[in-house]
Design a protein around this ligand. Structure first.
Ligand code: 5CA
Length: 209
């Protein structure tokens, strides 16, 4: 038990940090509270959610893809995030990985029709390596070819199969993150599992040097 002459606790002398700073001759604003734990900035924005954004319920489009992927035997878990995953960089920020680990699902069109190119988020596709007449698809062509809108096109699980080329540089990573139907949905998958699920895809050098 504490004796009655115990030293008063420091907090009894100064009600607030500002009081304490003033008593020490400092401006109360000398060390604004938000500067003391800058690494906690994100956690403070999402109380109780730690470093990652709060997961929200699956959008019907993401749910449809989830069901399709399960039908293909891929036991992946689609996550719908409150943060945008529309671009590779946004997806990387949202899940906390480097942008190279994000799979861009890019649609091109050549004389034979649509072509899906799965490219590492930190690389650019050299269209000439896809074929002489290949050009980027328009937004309506992306939707027509895959059934999904730009920003949510998954690498597989489309309504109809699309001829697919995979950027071999994705093999730098053991685990990849992919768009999952909407600009807020992603799933992670081991690189070799993704390739195994795309037996007809060509794995090739398709990037700009
Ligand atoms: N959800 C993210 C990370 S997985 C995603 O889908 N990224 S993405 O790279 O696959 O999709 C965005 C890409 O769509 C852009 O890199 C760009 O190549 C393409 N894009 C964006 N706007 C248009 C547009 N208006 N027409 C055709 N393609 C577009």
């Amino acid at each position: 038990m504490r004796g009655g002459d115990a030293k008063p606790r420091r907090t009894a002398r100064f009600k607030t940090t500002a009081d304490r700073q003033e008593a020490r001759g400092l401006s109360p604003r000398a060390f604004p509270a938000k500067r003391r734990h800058p690494h906690r900035a994100k956690a403070q924005l999402s109380p109780g959610q730690g470093e990652y954004p709060k997961p929200v319920a699956l959008h019907p489009t993401a749910q449809r893809l989830q069901d399709h992927l399960h039908d293909l035997g891929l036991d992946v878990e689609i996550r719908e995030l409150s943060d945008s995953t529309r671009t590779a960089q946004e997806a990387a920020n949202a899940v906390g990985v480097g942008v190279g680990q994000i799979v861009k699902s890019l649609v091109f069109v050549d004389a034979n029709g649509p072509l899906l190119c799965l490219c590492a988020g930190d690389r650019r596709v050299d269209t000439a390596k896809l074929g002489e007449s290949a050009r980027p698809a328009r937004a309506d062509e992306v939707r027509e070819a895959t059934g999904f809108a730009i920003g949510g096109v998954p690498p597989l699980g489309h309504d109809r199969p699309v001829p697919t080329v995979v950027d071999e540089s994705l093999r730098r990573f053991g685990l990849l993150w992919c768009a999952a139907g909407t600009p807020h949905a992603v799933f992670s998958i081991a690189t070799e599992r993704l390739l195994a699920a795309l037996p007809d895809a060509a794995v090739a050098d398709v990037i700009e040097r």
